[in-house]
Design a protein around this ligand. Structure first.
Ligand SMILES: Cc1cc2nc3c(=O)[nH]c(=O)nc-3n(C[C@H](O)[C@H](O)[C@H](O)COP(=O)(O)O)c2cc1C
Length: 395
């Protein structure tokens, strides 16, 4: 294998492998075409999970909100509807005692033969937290998450009964608890507050981001890695980045579609038909950052588009990648080059997009990584599919 230099060189920070994440939608309602239902559609879920598995996705997030379906129950269903895909259960520590969460996760892990992952959400909105009786400040919520992680891990491996007395939890003589399939279960952290970085850097297996411009996320990744190194751990949290790609046969068609989508999303949120658009400045730092990027600029780098984030007032994952499958694959590789090894992509036309990504985007990214592995050099997808970089800086 030759060592490449210049344009061909694979950056030292690049992740050698990638796993693709989706989010399990439970019915056909989308921001583009809301269907007035609050119910699950089991046939739709089966089709969606099958599409993810057939398309080569590796993981799928079961998100959590006070008004959503329960993420644990859904994760269990996803596990039984699939053979390979790993369910990521979003858990807010205020909703479950940590030894019980450890038991539920270990049960899911055994049922899926080692596929369970947990994504810890400390809570980004005081109003939403209060809906389920949580009145702690965000700082206290993150401190509780930190203690929650310690208890989860200990509950999974401790072979003798143990007691615990901390700032948030107290119990006596728990254990040995129900163990995971083998060893432990990966723990991911969501959130961009300073406390999220501190806990993620010192304790998490995975640290997650919504889609940010390359320069900004680069410094955020360096920040979390520096915290990990300073804490004395020998490994680093894996980096998860999240996008909502909008793809079509040409970049021009994809941009036309993107503008149409942004108009439709704005109308959906104005009508209140999908979810209420949060008003004012969101309390969670992740959404504040998304809105600040949208205020600064609409298009960043090769394909990152922020108008979709502005249209929802930064609600959840909302930044898009726009272009052909090749341009979007190249944009994803830009993030892999910075060290992201988990890439979440879900579209706005949820089921159809999941099928299209599996057919047209995932193989391109995987082909490039296989080429790099075989030759030690970059392939041509990033050099040939410049997207917005082709026109950047031109009058
Ligand atoms: C990839 C990812 C997935 C997330 N999933 C959820 C979720 O399912 N439910 C939720 O309430 N918040 C979710 N969040 C939001 C944050 O975790 C949450 O707002 C955080 O607890 C506090 O945010 P802050 O530290 O940025 O202020 C997610 C965040 C990321 C990055």
């Amino acid at each position: 294998m030759t060592v490449a230099s210049g344009q061909d060189a694979v950056p030292a920070t690049a992740a050698p492998e990638v796993e693709f994440i989706s989010l399990t939608h439970t019915n056909a309602s989308t921001e583009l075409a809301p269907i007035p239902t609050r119910g699950l559609d089991p046939a739709y879920i089966r089709r969606y999970v099958r599409a993810l598995e057939d398309g080569g996705f590796d993981l799928t997030l079961l998100p959590y909100g006070s008004g959503s379906a329960d993420s644990f129950v859904l994760a269990s269903a996803v596990g039984q509807l699939s053979d390979r895909i790993k369910p990521i259960v979003a858990v807010r520590p205020n909703t479950v005692f940590p030894t019980v969460a450890a038991q539920q996760l270990a049960t899911l892990d055994q049922l899926t033969e080692g596929r369970a992952v947990v994504h810890l959400i400390s809570g980004g909105s005081d109003v939403e937290q209060a809906r389920q009786g949580d009145y702690l400040s965000k700082t206290e919520r993150y401190s509780r998450t930190s203690e929650f992680i310690d208890i989860l891990r200990r509950s999974w491996i401790e072979t003798e009964p143990f007691s615990h007395e901390g700032a948030h939890y107290r119990f006596d003589g728990f254990g040995p608890g129900f163990p995971p399939h083998a060893g432990s279960i990966p723990i991911s952290i969501g959130g961009q507050s300073d406390a999220a970085f501190e806990i993620g850097g010192t304790k998490a297996d995975v640290f997650s981001f919504w889609g940010e411009p390359l320069a900004d996320i680069k410094s955020q990744i360096e920040r979390v890695h520096a915290i990990a190194a300073a804490s004395g751990r020998t490994d680093r949290p894996r980096i998860w980045v999240t996008f909502r790609p909008i793809i079509d046969r040409t970049d021009e068609l994809a941009w036309a579609k993107a503008h149409d989508y942004a108009d439709r999303i704005a109308r959906t949120f104005e009508s209140g038909a999908f979810r209420a658009r949060p008003q004012g400045t969101p309390q969670n730092v992740g959404s504040q950052r998304a809105l600040e990027f949208a205020r600064r600029q609409e298009v960043y780098d090769r394909a990152l588009w922020t108008r979709t984030a502005a249209a929802t007032n930064g609600l959840g994952a909302s930044t898009a990648l726009v272009g052909t499958p090749e341009t979007v694959a190249a944009a994803i590789l830009d993030y892999i080059d910075l060290g992201a090894s988990l890439v979440s992509i879900r579209g706005y036309d949820t089921l159809n997009d999941a099928i299209d990504y599996g057919r047209y985007v995932l193989p391109l990214v995987r082909q490039e990584l296989a080429h790099r592995k075989a030759t030690g050099r970059r392939g041509c997808v990033q050099a040939e599919h410049l997207g917005a970089l082709a026109t950047a800086g031109r009058p």
